[in-house]
Design a protein around this ligand. Structure first.
Ligand SMILES: Cc1ncc(COP(=O)(O)O)c(C=O)c1O
Length: 385
């Protein structure tokens, strides 16, 4: 394997050298003043990305741990909750809610479409006794490359007391999410996506309404008890030994993000998305997402008729050191996914499309080499020159 790859997974993402160096700093006492300074700085900056004044807690676990924490802390056994799924990760929320004893009203939207906020509005209107305690959904569904209309879903909640619990693991820092302005009660993010850092840390924001619910919560939890995490954070600590090196990395990543500015970062993600979609269109390939809901973090593209995932994903990696993702769940074997979140050079995407064209041609797909690349170059020329 080459030491560097054109690494275009929708997470983990590339970790730039500056962040890698930060992650290799010597250990410090995680109960001492050095770590307190780091955790305090990281938390203040992560709140800026979240656009929130709420508590943001740092958990040492992958993103799924953050999802589990959101269920364990805000759902009681027997509680009625809505889980609105638009793909693979929505199903994870459903499975967790069932495991923790919730009575789940599962809304399974066909994969490739966003959640229609009207569905939520209608469900809540019909809930005259206000028995629904929480609504779980994704900001960005990584398996399909669909961005949900979170603001409109939040508006559909209106004055109903159900908590809005949002999985923004692959959305945070890549697409806009205004936690406070939109009234999102609990939001989960992960280190290995737009935060350009190694895996190992999940974030979870909790507002006052959600803390009130948490205080009365009776579900089983130990490691993921968020009240303990809040108490420790006040002392600049975490309840258990944290992923110190990953936290060094995220702290540095956030410094980089603050230097660039959130608005510019998000605009860049949209530009990357648009170039990949332009290349797909030029090559006659169909994207899973329609333009309006297309994710700025990842683009899912249907494989041409009769072609297998292995005819694309494998040679891209073996011949060109280019790593893209295959499909998940019901889209396994039907699509491939190009991640474009976090740290990358726009020319990484051009190189990947160049390699993709060669692999497609080799697999028997009819195309003129350079078609997708030229479509991207024209956009890049306009943007950069
Ligand atoms: C939207 C979304 N939710 C949840 C997860 C699960 O996160 P992890 O794999 O870090 O546990 C992912 C991971 O890709 C994701 O993209």
């Amino acid at each position: 394997m080459a030491e560097t790859q054109i690494f275009l997974l929708p997470g983990p993402t590339q970790v730039p050298p500056r962040i890698l160096r930060a992650g290799s700093a010597p250990m410090v006492n995680h109960r001492g003043p050095e770590f307190k300074a780091i955790l305090t700085e990281m938390t203040a900056n992560v709140k800026k990305v979240y656009q929130t004044q709420n508590d943001v807690l740092t958990l040492t676990c992958s993103g799924s741990g953050g999802l589990e924490a959101s269920v364990a802390n805000f759902v009681n056994p027997g509680d009625k909750v809505i889980v609105a799924s638009i793909g693979n990760f929505g199903e994870r929320f459903r499975d967790l809610a069932i495991l923790y004893g919730a009575e789940v009203d599962y809304i399974g939207i066909p994969w490739g479409k966003p959640l229609d906020p009207q569905i939520i509005a209608d469900k809540l209107k019909a809930d005259i006794n206000q028995e629904i305690k929480a609504i779980f959904f994704q900001h960005n569904e990584t398996s399909t490359g669909i961005l949900n209309p979170v603001k409109e879903i939040a508006e559909a909640r209106g004055s109903h007391p159900a908590l809005l619990v949002v999985d923004s693991i692959s959305g945070m820092g890549a697409a806009e999410l205004k936690t406070d302005e939109w009234g999102l009660d609990v939001v989960i993010a992960g280190s290995q996506k737009a935060f350009m850092s190694p895996p190992g840390v999940a974030f979870i924001s909790v507002n006052e309404r959600a803390w009130e619910v948490q205080a009365k919560n009776k579900n089983v939890k130990y490691y993921f008890d968020l009240a303990k995490a809040k108490k420790s954070l006040a002392d600049g600590q975490t309840p258990y030994t944290p992923a110190v090196a990953t936290i060094y990395s995220i702290t540095e990543a956030l410094r980089m993000m603050m230097e660039t500015g959130l608005e510019a970062i998000i605009a860049e993600h949209y530009f990357r998305r648009d170039t990949v979609r332009a290349a797909a269109a030029a090559l006659g390939l169909e994207c899973v997402a329609k333009e309006k809901y297309a994710s700025p973090a990842v683009t899912a593209i249907y494989l041409p008729e009769g072609m297998t995932q292995q005819q694309i994903v494998k040679p891209l990696r073996e011949k060109f050191n280019t790593v893209v993702a295959g499909g998940q769940g019901q889209l396994k074997g039907k699509i491939f996914r190009i991640g474009h979140l976090g740290y990358l050079n726009i020319l990484d995407l051009v190189a990947a499309v160049s390699a993709l064209e060669i692999c497609l041609l080799d697999a028997g797909y009819k195309l003129e080499l350079g078609t997708g690349v030229a479509a991207m170059q024209k956009m890049i020329y306009k943007q950069y020159c």
